[in-house]
Write a protein that binds this ligand. Structure first.
Ligand SMILES: Cc1cc2nc3c(=O)[nH]c(=O)nc-3n(C[C@H](O)[C@H](O)[C@H](O)COP(=O)(O)OP(=O)(O)OC[C@H]3O[C@@H](n4cnc5c(N)ncnc54)[C@H](O)[C@@H]3O)c2cc1C
Length: 217
């Protein structure tokens, strides 16, 4: 949401977690609310005098199935209104009337625009999680096809995804025989680069060793 800045007290923190009901609602759908206000840290993200509120809660695809377009839009409004009034009570009185812009997403939105299976929050494993090492690294069984992002090691979150990108760029640079390309990507790749430049055999062995570690995960 985009809101007028005056609705937030001056000492408002960036991150909030709202759980009104003594933990009993923690894992219930819509039970807890996660709120981040990035403009507290970087005011240039919004027009002057405005803040961005990024709010989310838990829900499942089942709760949004079988609705007509009109019912779907109406339900989005009901859920959003409920969350806003909870935030008004707990944190920011007058929030509703301070809203300039609002966009509501659901598990269906995640499925449609992010291609997330069942509209999940992130890359949920289909079976029992194998831990981080069980996730794909950047290479695939198809030569020259790489993968990157939060479905790969080291997983979910903006920082992890950025790291996955650096790792992948380095892998590609090494594979096409231009390790110097990754100089511009990250200085800390230097040691690995030297190793690869010196010894493609050792590099291939390292990859195989990593693959073996992953079978243990
Ligand atoms: C509600 C929510 C809150 C979050 N909060 C945080 C947070 O506070 N901090 C944090 O660090 N992380 C947070 N995350 C996690 C973080 O946003 C993700 O881990 C990260 O954005 C994943 O990046 P990605 O590039 O792997 O995938 P995405 O950001 O999902 O990008 C994948 C892109 O590929 C496109 N795509 C999919 N299929 C196709 C196709 N067939 N053809 C073309 N394009 C396609 C999608 O449209 C999308 O743009 C949050 C995630 C969610 C859903």
């Amino acid at each position: 949401m985009g809101v007028k800045a005056e609705v937030l007290p001056l000492d408002t923190d960036c991150h909030h977690f709202v759980l009104e009901n003594n933990w009993t609602n923690l894992e219930e759908p819509y039970g807890s609310i996660f709120l981040s206000i990035p403009t507290i840290l970087d005011s240039s993200l919004a027009p002057e005098g405005r803040h961005i509120l990024h709010i989310f809660t838990t829900s499942s695809m089942d709760d949004w199935k079988g609705l007509s377009r009109i019912e779907y839009e109406a339900k989005k409004q009901v859920v959003a209104d409920e969350i806003i009034s909870r935030l008004e009570k707990k944190l920011f009185p007058g929030l509703k009337s301070a809203i300039d812009f609002i966009e509501v997403g659901t598990p269906k939105t995640h499925r449609r625009y992010l291609a997330r299976d069942e509209g999940t929050y992130g890359p949920m494993p289909r079976s029992i999680p194998k831990g981080l090492l069980g996730m794909p690294f950047n290479t695939t069984s198809i030569d020259g096809l790489y993968c990157v992002g939060d479905s790969c090691f080291p997983g979910q979150g903006v920082i992890a995804v950025a790291f996955s990108g650096v790792m992948c760029a380095h892998r590609v640079a090494a594979d096409i025989g231009k390790p110097e390309l990754s100089h511009s990507i990250a200085g800390n790749c230097l040691q690995v680069e030297r190793l690869e430049k010196k010894s493609p055999v050792l590099d291939a062995m390292l990859l195989r060793l990593l693959g073996w570690f992953r079978t243990l995960a």
